[in-house]
Write a protein that binds this ligand. Structure first.
Ligand code: SAM
Ligand code: SF4
Length: 332
């Protein structure tokens, strides 16, 4: 591929992975992701599905081979399957993947597979209905379990569970969550809570439960074999001996992953975020609304954005939050 047709930043990192948040709205209100009262983006400011499709095409023409659709809860956006179908047909795209809370999967799993989605990440932090309700504020565990069953029955290539672990809230469940995933042939990743947005529900520093603590909990029950395998994301993986299940750790605090960063994020209002933990961004909505149909100009904006991709994040749980956008805006 010619040099002008790839995205390379000033630190020599090639960007080949884009996460797109298609909505900031959600049917859950997870305590680490959102505050109880949230202001959502007014509809006029949201990118349309067509605009998202155009930006996705520009990215694939610049060497991006992997696109993750996320949110908010992506599957509650109206007509979202059309976007999956459009993106699924883009030349040069190797992987169309999804992160979801699972609540809509009983309805949509089949259509997602038909649209070309091969891998799904489903978030699940607890197997106890009351605890699940407290962590999501409004979520029903049964619905998510039904969504996981529907995804398993549909036959995606890979399904991965994502669990955010908070001290004294669900840290007693890490083994049960691994058991749940492995008996169903799924992978699981544990995510350290990140300080994105102001939340009143708990103190993020007090709730911090590190990947190393989770590893130690699991070591008491399983043999974890380190692997150098990667799925192109920030997880460090281990195999559980004698199963096909991989356990991943996403550890922005304890094992910074910025050196190998290959990704950028698009918010639902069209802001291209160059780093999860920094505010450097480009307003792509303005580019495409000022120059509709001008693919060259859009691609030029994407190339230019590489000049402001920061070296890395500097999360500090004990300091006042410096990133005021919540994860539902960021596109986790
Ligand atoms: N609603 C979908 C879901 O929950 O899977 C997709 C969007 S959600 C923002 C994506 C992932 O980010 C979820 O796995 C969620 O647990 C995680 N997440 C949200 N807020 C977080 C935070 N402050 N720190 C770490 N992970 C977070
Ligand atoms: Fe919704 Fe996902 Fe955020 Fe939970 S983590 S509130 S499910 S967007």
């Amino acid at each position: 591929m010619r040099q002008e047709n790839v995205l390379v930043d000033n630190f020599g990192r090639t960007v080949n992975y884009v996460r797109i948040s298609v909505t900031d709205r959600c049917d859950f209100r997870c305590v680490y992701c959102m505050d109880e009262e949230m202001q959502f983006v007014p509809r006029a400011k949201l990118l349309s599905l067509e605009e998202i499709g155009v930006i996705a095409r520009a990215f694939t023409e610049l060497g991006v081979g992997k696109i993750r659709i996320t949110g908010g809860e992506p599957l509650i956006r109206r007509n979202i399957i059309k976007l999956f179908r459009d993106i699924g047909q883009l030349d040069g795209l190797d992987e169309l993947v999804l992160t979801t809370n699972g609540s809509q999967l009983p309805k949509l799993a089949g259509e997602l597979k038909d649209a070309g989605v091969k891998r799904i990440n489903i978030s699940l932090d607890s197997l106890d209905p009351d605890k699940f309700r407290r962590l999501t504020r409004v979520g029903e565990l049964d619905k998510v379990l039904a969504g996981i069953d529907a995804a398993l029955a549909t036959g995606f290539e890979k399904i991965k569970i994502n669990s955010v672990i908070l001290k004294n809230r669900n840290d007693d469940e890490v083994t049960d969550l691994v058991e749940f995933a492995s008996t169903r042939g799924m992978d699981i990743s544990f995510i350290e809570e990140m300080p994105l947005g102001v939340i009143g529900e708990h103190d993020r520093a007090e709730a911090y439960y590190s990947s190393d603590e989770i590893r130690a909990d699991l070591d008491a029950h399983y043999t974890l074999l380190p692997t150098t395998e990667t799925t192109g994301g920030p997880s460090r993986y281990y195999h559980i001996a004698e199963t096909s299940t991989r356990v991943g750790f996403i550890s922005p605090h304890s094992h910074n992953f910025c050196d190998s960063c290959n990704r950028v994020r698009l918010t639902c209002e069209g802001r291209l975020l160059l780093c999860l933990g920094q505010e450097h961004s480009v307003d792509l909505r303005q580019v495409i609304r000022t120059h509709p149909g001008d693919m060259d100009r859009l691609k030029q904006a994407l190339r230019a954005s590489m000049n402001i991709k920061p070296k890395g994040h500097e999360f500090d749980l004990s300091a006042k939050p410096v990133i005021f956008r919540h994860m539902n805006m960021t596109g986790g």
